[in-house]
Design a protein around this ligand. Structure first.
Ligand code: NAD
Length: 487
């Protein structure tokens, strides 16, 4: 199925108090298809005034019918949203693929399926949420009363637009909050489509609002500094997180941050090489390498190093870089010209630093338009090269041999980031030992990106603040009042 047969590209308006609206000042910006460099549509460019309207609507809605709903009623609405996402799975996958440049098949299988599951998961989860209660001898009974935080600003990135928005919006609504969403400027379409779905699912007006626009001096900053926004859930770069923190500090907002990663993929020589290769192809290049969890620093124990490289390079060469709507495509286009140029600049740095490209490094033949890059494997880089230290966020990995366990742990931790890691070994004791030494929020042993939504998800160091998933999400999106009854 091609994207053209499913949907026409669309223009994106804000969604405020249950209505699709233009910006107050009628400003717009263009949305570009990264695979063709053509204009997909125009997007309303929101600013302070639009954010003020959205926040006011969200604040009013906190006290309306939303407040009176039981948790069971909210759960039903979340379930309905998940169902409607699945009903529109193909259309949403097309929009996501057009916006991001990712393969349509990937968008359908991962992004949209998981977006629906985010709602289905929290529809079930919120039903059984409880709070602490303590009887203090014969003196007193203490119990915690849980309430929504209030108006939550959800500021989101472009790499997994609907998946990541729904990962936050589902628990936010489930716990009775109202939301003002700011999707990434490069990928506005599925968030806009989700607003219609929320309305169709019975979300009362004002509970979910969306303002398009940019970050600094634009909609993102306006949400971050608005005094009536009580909490911010942000996913993006650490630098942006710092900027938001500064703005949010004026009104002491509650913050949840999921930031970047430069994740180590540590392969010991006793691991099962075929399994390692299958998974490492994914953890390196899926979604054009534009996943915060990608294992972009690969460390291989020396006895396996040569064989690993031979097989890894051969398999990487088989990956098909192509148009997002072609079935055979494994790797689509990078999200934008600006990001493409940033990724290419890292390839120049790698060359300057003496790196060798075992494969990739250039635009694939036959794709003369669009932001396409061959999957790239680089060796020979020093640990101080910016390509080894900084998040490239493209289909680019570095591979380094190691001899000792302590050495690879030290190298893996030699970064400001601390999001995730993979460890490959069949030695049980070593698996636990290394996993516990790695400074990261998530460590996968003999796998990658295997998720259970009840588990804590997030990063340490510059990769994030707090955790989400299951009870961690519930805690962020609610406030507790401890009530003490003297007996
Ligand atoms: P980004 O930080 O550039 O932008 C994210 C969002 O913040 C966008 O909506 C943007 O408009 C907004 N923004 C930018 N400046 C702002 C400001 N001054 N005030 C308020 N809002 C502002 O990130 P990106 O390029 O969209 O996404 C890529 C980054 O996200 C990578 O670092 C990636 O690792 C990270 N990421 C992390 C996770 C995770 O779960 N840890 C998941 C996905 C992406």
């Amino acid at each position: 199925m091609t994207v053209e047969t499913v949907t026409r590209p669309m223009d994106c308006l804000h969604f405020i108090n249950g209505q699709f609206v233009e910006s107050q000042n009628h400003k717009t910006f263009q949305n570009i298809n990264p695979a063709t460099e053509e204009v997909l549509g125009v997007v309303a460019e929101g600013g302070k005034e639009d954010v003020n309207f959205a926040v006011a609507a969200a604040k009013r809605a906190l006290l309306g019918p939303w407040k009176k709903m039981t948790v069971g009623e909210r759960s039903k609405i979340l379930r309905k949203i998940g169902d409607l996402i699945l009903e529109r799975q193909e259309e949403l996958a097309c929009l996501e693929s057009l916006d991001t440049g990712k393969p349509y098949s990937l968008a359908k299988k991962i992004d949209i399926a998981r977006a629906a599951y985010n709602f289905h998961f929290f529809a079930d989860y919120i039903i059984s949420v409880g709070t602490d209660a303590y009887q203090q001898d014969q003196q007193a009974l203490h119990y915690a009363y849980r309430r929504p935080v209030g108006v939550v600003g959800l500021i989101k990135p472009w790499n997994l637009p609907l998946l990541l928005l729904t990962w936050k919006l589902a628990p936010c609504l489930g716990m009775g909050n109202t939301a003002v969403i700011k999707p990434a400027e490069w990928t506005p379409m599925t968030a806009t489509a989700l607003m219609k779905i929320c309305k169709d699912a019975g979300v009362p007006d004002g509970v979910v609002n969306l303002v398009h626009g940019f970050g600094e001096n634009s909609a993102g900053a306006a949400i971050s500094e608005h005094p009536d926004v009580d909490a911010i859930s942000f996913i993006g770069e650490p630098g942006t997180g710092a900027a938001i923190m500064k703005l949010a500090a004026k009104s002491l907002k509650k913050l949840s941050y999921e930031l970047g990663g430069k994740n180590p993929n540590i392969i010991f020589a006793d691991s099962d090489l075929d399994e390692v290769i299958d998974t490492t192809i994914k953890s390196s290049f899926i979604n054009q390498g534009e996943v915060c969890l990608c294992g972009s620093r690969i460390y291989v124990e020396r006895p396996m190093y040569e064989e690993f490289l031979e097989k890894f390079v051969a398999r990487t060469k088989q990956l098909k870089v192509g148009l997002p709507d072609e079935e055979a495509t494994d790797i689509g286009a990078l999200v934008s010209k600006e990001h493409y140029e940033r990724v290419l600049s890292y390839l120049e740095i790698a060359l300057e630093d003496g790196g060798q490209f075992l494969t990739g490094g250039s635009r694939p033949e036959g794709l003369n338009k669009g932001y396409f890059l061959e999957p790239t494997i680089i060796t020979g880089l020093d640990r101080n090269s910016r390509c080894v230290r900084e998040e490239i966020f493209g289909p680019v990995v570095t591979v380094v041999p190691f001899d000792m366990e302590e050495e690879v742990i030290m190298q893996a931790n030699d970064t400001h980031y601390g999001l995730s890691a993979s460890v490959w070994t069949n030695d049980l004791r070593r698996a636990h030992r290394v996993a516990q030494e790695i400074e990261a929020g998530m460590v996968w042993v003999n796998t990658w990106f295997l998720r259970d939504l009840r588990t804590p998800f997030g990063g340490m160091k510059h990769s994030g603040i707090g955790r989400t998933g299951g009870m961690h999400s519930v805690d962020f999106y609610s406030e507790l009042t401890n009530i003490t009854i003297k007996l």
